[in-house]
Write a protein that binds this ligand. Sequence first.
Ligand code: 13P
Ligand code: ZN
Length: 273
Amino acid sequence: MEKFVETPQVKELCKITDVMYRKGWDERNGGNISWIMDEEVVKPFIQDMPEGRNVELNFNAKELANSYLLVTGSGKYFRNIIEDPQDSLGLIQISEDGRSYTILWGFANGAIATSELPTHLMNHIQRLKVDDNHRLIMHCHTTHTIAMTFSHMLDEKEFTKTLWKMCTECLVVFPEGIGIIPWVVPGTEAIGKLTAEKMKDVRTVLWPHHGIFGAGSDIDETFGLIETIEKAAEVYTLVQAQGGVKQEISDENLSDLAEGFGVVPRDGYLEVD
Ligand code: 13P
Ligand code: ZN
């Protein structure tokens, strides 16, 4: 099982967490990732597996029974993952009854999975119902998006439209818009349930004054989604600092864009005749 560290999946996770840290999205232990592993990835390593530690879950993840997930550890710094992945990352398997998980690899110095694991699992369950290619959840503390949750009204339609209008291709990347939940204590069942409710319709949910929670089929898609939203929030910040909007991308322009790129904007968001 030691060799699991050499899999492309662990390497990819090391690379992306380093990029995220350098972008300033993951100060200290801020942020967490979970990635559902296909059985073929894990199988070659299973026979060398030592008896792993078992950790109770405070909710029932029965719908993911026996699934393997590569996850970041609670309290682990994204800055350090690339140097010592075995310490900060873990491969876990959800138990048959969904009430616990076993650590098969990693978390070498006694760590356990992220405190947001129940939220990740609830949202994996939700997204898999919508899209069976779904595999990845990423949470991070994107600076400009957090800032916008103080200065912009927290209305999903208004927030989404502001972002769509900050960079031309935003609408193409997240035509379904973004979800927003109220402020909630991190790591709770409540934050998981509220987020999963939103994830029926969207792949990204803002946690006001905290960060962003995104879902996708792989690292590129999920990171790209968050990166695009954060870029739009950064442009918004600069536009506000430069004195505000003098001319804009109109609803009409967005409608033409949607047609040109073959995407369907969230119903009722654009006002066009
Ligand atoms: P963990 O260190 O437990 O992953 O928590 C970090 C975080 O960002 C909570 O929302
Ligand atoms: Zn967080």
